[in-house]
Design a protein around this ligand. Sequence first.
Ligand code: SAM
Length: 344
Amino acid sequence: MDEDQPWGRTLLSSRPADGGGGSAGGENDPSEHAGRQLPFYHLPVLLQEVVDLLQPAPGKLVFDGTLGGGGHSEALLQHGARVVAMDQDEEALAHASARLKGYADQFCALRGNFRHFPQIVEEAGISGFDGMLVDIGVSSHQLDDGARGFSFNKEAPLDMRMDTDADQTAADLVNTAAEEELVRILFEYGEEPQARRIARAIVKARASRLITTTTQLAEIVAAASPKRGKRHPATLTFQALRIAVNDELAALRDFLAAAPRWLKPGGRLAVITFHSLEDRIVKQTLAHLSAPELDRPEWPAPRPNPDCVLKLITRKPVEASEHEIDLNPRARSARLRVAERLPS
Ligand SMILES: C[S@@+](CC[C@H](N)C(=O)[O-])C[C@H]1O[C@@H](n2cnc3c(N)ncnc32)[C@H](O)[C@@H]1O
């Protein structure tokens, strides 16, 4: 298939952003935004660093697996690259497609989970990239939009799905998971020291009444676990459930396993994470994929690594400057790692 095929479409979606049913417009209809200022959605982190390291330019094709508000994609487009972007959240696709309307010849947006990008971009006729970016986690819009259920501060149905067509909500999880499974989720994904107490409290509470709202869950957690420092007692529980509901760590692993083969020689892979759990996965995967040799105590000598297809560009993660953190406190925990595809 011809690589140029997707261009010229403002929104090319594997599942149409209007749900396929011919939306009558409204906030999520990109055409509604034409000619007027879009509301704030998300401030991209490490923007200049991403541009410096991915080196977008005319003739280059870049994949943005986490389109969000479109801030990173916009910078890549401004430098002349073509961008194929994905997001599993149809609100993000609608917002960013409206924002990037002026780049229709260089940009296409596809709905889907970046863990499945190979099938989705193949269907769009694409065979390789000069750059690939994922900036994982949730956007400010998702957190701030009370209705999405990501925030313990805002009364809403306990949802937390980035992909609103996905089967399992956070309410489904807290009302059905076995106590031991809840302990594992809170402990592994939230690193919550009170995981056991909180899981027990959830199981006790749901026996008398289903847990259906954010504030209901926040109160159960707060009653079970005393406040430590400035943080709300439900912070780690909400983080853990969000990661579980969206299967975020497995999605990251799947993406990292597939991405190197989609990079052209000299093409670069950039990953931004916000949690040590995710950064550890990226660090270990890139270290393995860039090690020319493997060694084990039981081997007489190191052996060539058949998986070595990358070279590390950032030995240590790139972090936000004090200036950026002042402007955007969320950037404090951002870590960017970049690797380059070796010539084949
Ligand atoms: C931190 S925001 C990205 C912000 C974006 N870089 C910008 O400049 O505005 C993360 C976005 O990625 C999306 N997302 C997270 N995990 C995803 C996944 N596995 N597949 C597709 N989209 C995902 C979320 O829906 C959200 O819109």
